[in-house]
Design a protein. Sequence first.
Lengths: 85, 583
Amino acid sequence: MGNDQSPPSRNGASRSRRIGMWLFLVYVILYAGFMGLVLFRPDMLSWRPFGGVNLAIAYGMGLIAAAFLLAFLYMIACRCDATDA
Amino acid sequence: MIYESSPVAIAIFASFVLGVVGLSFWLGRKGQSAKGYYAAHGEIHWFVNGIAFAGDYLSAASFLGICGMIAFYGYDGFLYSIGFLAGWIVALFVIAEPIKALGKFTFADALDARFNSRGIKLAVAISTLIVSIFYLIPQMVGAGHLIVPLLGLPHAVGVILVGVAVTLIVVTAGMVSTTWVQFIKGSLLVFFCAVLTVMILGRGLEVNAGRAGDEDLTAQVRTVTPEGKVLVNGQPQTAENDLRAVGTIHALPARYGDARETGPLRPLEYLSTLEDSKVVTWSAKKHTDEQGSHTTYSPTIREGKDLLKPGGYFKGLSSGSLTDRLNFASLMLALFCGTASLPHILIRYYTVKDAAAARKSTVVGIAAIGGFYVLTLYLGLGAMTSGYLDPTSSNMAAPLLAKSFSETLFAVISAIAFTTVLGTVSGLIMAGSGAVAHDLIENFCGVQMTDHEKVRAGKIAAVGLGLAAMALGILFRNFNVSFLVGWAFHIAASANLPALVMLLFWSRTTKQGITAAVTVGMLSSLGWILLSADTFEKVYGLSRAASPIPFSQPGLVTIPLGFLVLVVVSLLTPRPTPRQVSA
């Protein structure tokens, strides 16, 4: 895989890959945190800290927003690598 | 409930379906190569492909199933939205670019790229077929449910109609037309759901859905006699003697005093006001005696704050039942891992020119799909309080919500939902026909075919899959479509993900390991589903207690099992050659 790439772009690709893995890890932690609350502390999800909206909705919406944000960051990181290469 | 069709609804619906099929014929008018039929020549623009991802993914389960589940059970339907979107993170960060670099037409190409193994080809082709068929069932069920109120035709006619239209789309132009159908459908679905959400917020919340007095809280009984006659509250079902539409606000928060409506609300204000309101929800209970099968629909006045937290559908989350919590954890794991293993999603990576385009189209897909899933919460809650819910069918909540605004909007939303089904089913049939023609006939059986014959074999397979989909759609008509699609995610995640991930990240992976992991993951998850308490009760009509399986959702066991089998078998078989590792 990727054998036809020149060394600089291969370095760029592997750096993007590493960034991708870190971003993936961030999301996994967020997702696992949500699942942990739903499974073991569902009472906490009734707490209403955000403009009258409870934590269940705020965290759920936050996960959707986080997915987009991380995806966007990844695209920028990959674009920088392509430019560097 | 009995529905009457309107000429406007029929005209709008017919124009959508004919437009889609016509587009397909137009795109397929030129002669085709195998690369054109299976991978749209790899020339689709990444933005179009990204929206087409949304078109592929936002299926009947996402639109009809999630909205219905939120409308009937509250927050728990939104958990499906969260899980469905989370799976795209795996697709973007782990799968997208490598799968594009490894494959040609199908998912089996990617898994087999290093090994050229007949075992891998066979196992992956069968797993692709099984996942595609399990994913097809809820789409066809959803199509049937849409046809009933829109055209006043029986459920089975809807299933057959979508089956015929989709087979025509796939047979005429393959992946090119499938992609454009998905692009149009994905754009329309997100746009019109946003319009519907703006209308929900503009209407705000109204006691008894704007009607005088309180909602009628008398229980309703629907009976099917041994002769097959339908009775409502003991009398024959007619347009005049039918079940009432249900689901309203019972009381607004105290701060509104005697007011019966809130007026327009901002997005967060809508949610917080609903949390402080009281809502009438309806539940069904069945019993059978010598006079027939009776379903009693009973109302409950519930606090909004209880509907906006987990536990309405997944009861164990509030009761603390271990089995229910395992079921839930297993489902959410399968949704997380399943997306990046769905064959009809994976083949879309071959329609763009390179890995960068694959990545960019995934990001566009995440934006469109994520935006849509935020809207599902408002659509579901809007349906819950619209006074238009059909107590017999959660799948009809979203179209009936549109009907609460206007007949025309109802027709447009139903037509889009139907196009949604057309798009998703055509993607699934493409994936399945590729598995049969390219993976099984050409690669596994070694049948040498010309380019033209490859395309013809794919088209014949598509017709066969279309017929199977129609039969299964009629058989499974009484299931919630989100529930059904969960099964497809379990099988896909158990059979495909371990092999994909380990092939990409563990150089010691062998062809025997991949074959064993796909086979064991597929058979164990399929067997688990067939022996589960849910299947015993809802498919076989047997007691839940007769099931030998401790909880119904297999992913928590079968996904790790797939990884374990791959590691053990790979360690027990000869190392791959250096050439295979670096391929």
